[in-house]
Design a binder for this molecule. Structure first.
Ligand code: GLV
Length: 328
């Protein structure tokens, strides 16, 4: 029997590719070229499954041009590159990679918070530039982390991981805002108190964004919200580009309306707003919150398992939608 054909749209671990090749006819992209929408649509021709990353958009135009497609497995927990309602309507299963990256991403959120509050990259640039000629009492004095108040917007699995680190590791006061309130049990475990977004912005020393991207969460933090924050506060975005209005943030940082920011995700990435590149009080990283070898391997394997289980057992492991009447 012919193996089903799939597309692996970006470079992945060779061993994961090999395991896929046991079950599928695989077209891969180990050169890791970034394809245009037209090229992706063309490469999808004849494929019944695909493994994508957050960079490939699956929309109505691609689905209409590929009526044979049955499943697209995203190697990411976020899936705003998928038009899930359009996929469901087209009978295409969508899947993502939850859980396997939770703790690693929470570690990174905390690392970015620490680097931002304690001005680590700014001081390293100063040292590398040969500007360190003497010690002085307020040199790169930053904001306190332990014992301060952290405000987490988006209290899903990753937000909760950050809350646990903050409360149990750093004795921080944890406040959070979320679409829905956590159970009393989870709030106790995270030592977290639910507050309005406004109260969070006004009282937090460190605001951390972990909310999924959607039309409703677009520009969760813009000029008005930045104006509500303390002038000594830091802002950390490990959620998605578009959750923060990057132009407004660059302006607020330049004006020292807030003290500093740590940003891993950008509007229009891999482009970065030029205003952010100019200001010293921001730590910038290229969307690497889940980037450890162990976790990226687990994400790739889970995406591959979604494809393999769908075609061998009729059910993806971590589907995002229910596709009526479709089995492999
Ligand atoms: C990374 O940003 C992810 O969504 O997994």
């Amino acid at each position: 029997m012919n193996k089903p054909s799939i597309l692996v749209a970006r470079a992945i671990f060779p061993e994961v590719l090999q395991s896929l090749a046991q079950v599928f006819e695989v077209e891969s992209n180990q050169a890791d070229e970034v394809w245009s929408a037209a090229e992706l649509t063309r490469r999808m021709q004849g494929k019944v499954g695909a493994l994508t990353t957050g960079s490939e958009r699956i929309d109505t135009a691609l689905l209409q041009a590929n009526p044979q497609l049955r499943i697209v497995a995203n190697m990411a927990v976020g899936f705003n590159n998928f038009d899930v309602p359009a996929m469901t309507a087209a009978g295409v299963v969508a899947s993502n990679t939850p859980d396997v990256l939770t703790e690693t991403t929470a570690d990174f959120g905390f690392a970015l918070l620490m680097a931002t509050a304690r001005r680590i990259t700014e001081s390293e640039h100063f040292l590398r530039a040969g500007q360190w000629t003497k010690w002085s009492y307020d040199m790169f004095a930053g904001a306190e982390v332990h014992g301060s108040t952290i405000g987490i917007i988006g209290m899903g699995r990753i937000g909760q991981g950050i809350a646990r680190r903050a409360a149990h590791g750093f004795g921080m006061n944890v406040i959070y805002h979320n679409r829905s309130r956590l159970s009393a049990e989870l709030e106790a475990e995270c030592k977290a108190s639910y507050v309005s977004k406004e109260e969070l912005l006004k009282t937090a020393d460190h605001v951390v964004l972990v909310v999924p991207y959607s039309a409703e969460s677009h520009h969760t933090i813009g000029a008005a919200e930045l104006a509500q924050m303390k002038s000594t506060a830091t802002l950390v975005n490990i959620a998605r580009g578009g959750i923060v209005d990057d132009a407004a943030l660059a302006k607020a940082l330049a004006a020292r309306q807030i003290a500093a920011a740590g940003i891993d995700v950008f509007e229009g990435e891999p482009s970065v707003h030029p205003g952010l590149l100019k200001v010293p009080n921001v730590v910038l990283t290229p969307h690497i919150a889940s980037a450890t070898i162990k976790t990226r391997r687990a994400m790739a394997q889970l995406a591959a398992d979604n494809l393999m289980e769908f075609f061998t057992k009729g059910q993806a492991v971590t589907p995002l939608n229910t596709v009526a009447g479709r089995t492999a």
